[in-house]
Structure formats: C-alpha cells, structure tokens
Write a protein that binds this ligand. Sequence first.
Ligand SMILES: *Cc1c(COP(=O)(O)O)cnc(C)c1O
Length: 399
Amino acid sequence: MNVGSNILNNFLHENLTDLKAKGLYNTIEPMESANGPIISIGGKKLINLSSNNYLGLATDSRLVDAAINAIQTYGVGAGAVRTINGTLDLHVKLEEKLAAFKHTEAAIAYQSGFNCNMAAISAVMDKDDAILSDELNHASIIDGCRLSKAKIIPFKHADIEDLRAKAKAAKESGLYKKIMVITDGVFSMDGDIAKLPEIVEVAREFDLITYVDDAHGSGVTGKGAGTVKHFGLSDQIDFQIGTLSKAIGVIGGYVAGRKELIDWLKVRSRPFLFSTALTPGDVAAATKAIEILMSSTELHDKLWENGNYLKRGLKSLGFNIGDSETPITPCVIGDEQLTQEFSKKLYQEGVYAKAIVFPTVARGTGRVRNMPTAAHTTDILDQALAIYEKVGKEMGILQ
Ligand SMILES: *Cc1c(COP(=O)(O)O)cnc(C)c1O
C-alpha cells in the first residue's frame, strides 16, 4: 500500500527502476562474522579482500578487552555532546594520545571521519574564501567544502602545476580572504600517495592553509604515523585529519594540529557541539589501538609484507595492478561490465573483492580492489591468488 507523497513515490520508483535496469543498484550482503581475513556471508566462507581493517585491529583482543572494561565502568553511551557533559576523561586521554601519535600540539576527536570533514572545514572557511581541492578527493571532503560555502576550485589529480596555476590565479584575483588546499593523504581507489612536499611548497608560496585527510594513510604509511610523517612534514600541515575506523579498527575521526586550531574547533565545529560524543567503549578501544601503533611497527610491517606479496602474485599472473604505492592493490580489468562479472566470479569461487567502476573511478578503468591486512596469512593469500588465476583464465583476461 502506498501512502504519503505521490511525487516522492514516483521519484523513488522511477529512479530505483532506472538504477536496477542499468545494473547500478548496489545490494548489500550482511556478514554473519567479524570483518576478519575470512568472512561468512549467507553461510559461505570467503577470503576477505575488501575491508579497511588494515592492521586487523577491529578484532584484536586487546582492543576488545579495553572496550569491555570501559563499558563496565562508564556504560555504553557518553550521554551528551562533548560541550555539555559528554566529555569523559577517556576522550581527553584519546586526544592526548592522538596528538602524540601525529606529533602535533593537540587533537580533537569526532564521531566519524566523515563527520570530521563536515566539522573542520566549515569551522574555518566561509563564503569569502576559496578551497583548492584535488579532483579525486573523498566524498566527505567534497561535502565538507560545500558546507563551508567557500568557492571550490578543483585541481587535476596530483597535478602540482595545475595546483600552482590555480593557487596563483586565486591569490592574484584578490577575491578571497583565505585560501585552503585540501587533499587525501592516500587515495583509496588507486593507492597513490599525495605529493605533500610539493603541495607544501605551493602553500608557502601563496600562503595557503594546508588540509590533509589521511584516512587511508594512518597506520599504513610513515611507519604507521601516516603520510604527513612519512614526508617529515608534521609541523607544516595545518590540519591533519584521520579516521579511527580504518587501520585503527574502531570508529571516529580526528583533527590534529596546533593548539589554537583545536581550541577553535572545540567552540566552532558543529558536530562537536551538536552531536553526542563517541561512546566509552569506542574511545577506549581506539586509545588502545594508538598505544599499540606507537609501541611497535609489527602490524604495520606485516601489512606491507602481505600487500607486497599479493601485488607480486597478481602481477606475475599477468594482471594490471596499477601504480599503487600502498598495500591497496587494484586489479584493473577496464570494462565496467567485465569488472562486475569478474568480481562476481571471484565471489563464487570464494574471494570477496569488490568491483569499483565509474563513477567512483574513471570510465574504462573498472577494477577489483584488494585490501590485504596484517591479519591475512600467506596461505590465505595463496588461496586467493589461485582463485584469481582460475577466474582470470576462465574469463580470458589472463592468457
Ligand atoms: C573513509 C574516509 C573518510 C570517512 O571516514 P569514516 O571514519 O569512515 O567516516 C573520510 N575521508 C577519507 C579520505 C576517507 O577515505
């Protein structure tokens, strides 16, 4: 029975039908297991090459214990927004740890990485400002920029000359009070690393505010400390954004930077002021993860070892693995339909690796993206490679 607005019902029906006809409607398969190296979907065991759980921390018993202890002491919810009385000593401890981890004066935690970009950009930028944004930046950066009402000036992906030309034009136009340059630290579809030293140089030349969202870099690059650390630029990037939900294995986002920036965000960023604080269990688990990362590179090293192993394996089978500089391992198939089909066949054979196609990536560069983690074993990766070989040959992608 259809009740409610006819206009809405027609809109939904038409658009859903259209998406389904084009094969673009994404169905979601729930898992009956933790998001580890082997997952279970519909009673079927699959090798998991799709999570962002880079270090395997999402199921690490040390984080689980930390969360349980915190829940037993503080309960399951923070009970209020941070600025009323939702701030627990646990939040303060997490933020101190994050600042130490990122080699900055201070840090502020948010409920997610997405939320963090909603919060941080518009706390500083407004309609009198401009933002130079890499064209492949994450959706949450794009939305955060839009929310600020600043003029958005996209530059070609990782193209420093294009960035410089646009920074120069923006500066010389005299139209803007502040100009920011904003980039992902690691681009998640190709696994390439932002050219931060060159970006910092351009920023110095034109007095740009620098903003790096290192969601896929933290725990992965810079011996775990992230892409800014990787380049030795910890004191030169104004905003270092991270997420607690990828390599850190939990949930949440954060900004690390100078004390006055963090002080400002605490009084002016809306998700901090108007959305309930991270839960005690999440905060305690994330804090434990940061402690683990700061005390050892073991998981980081294992991640890279596994990433390199998978890359070597796919490459020697004859697949095109793109130009990734991180453990993110694309397997470029090209045609969208073929890519979807390839991913489906992998699934049937026991590998869960998602097809990523236009509009997420450029037309004709459809790929199956593999995300190995520190928790994978060589044996599991060998099984995955054998399945890749079988499916690749069956579909005529490999000779
Ligand atoms: C995943 C991602 C986010 C969102 O982080 P969540 O913590 O999952 O909300 C933000 N920025 C970038 C660059 C990301 O890759």
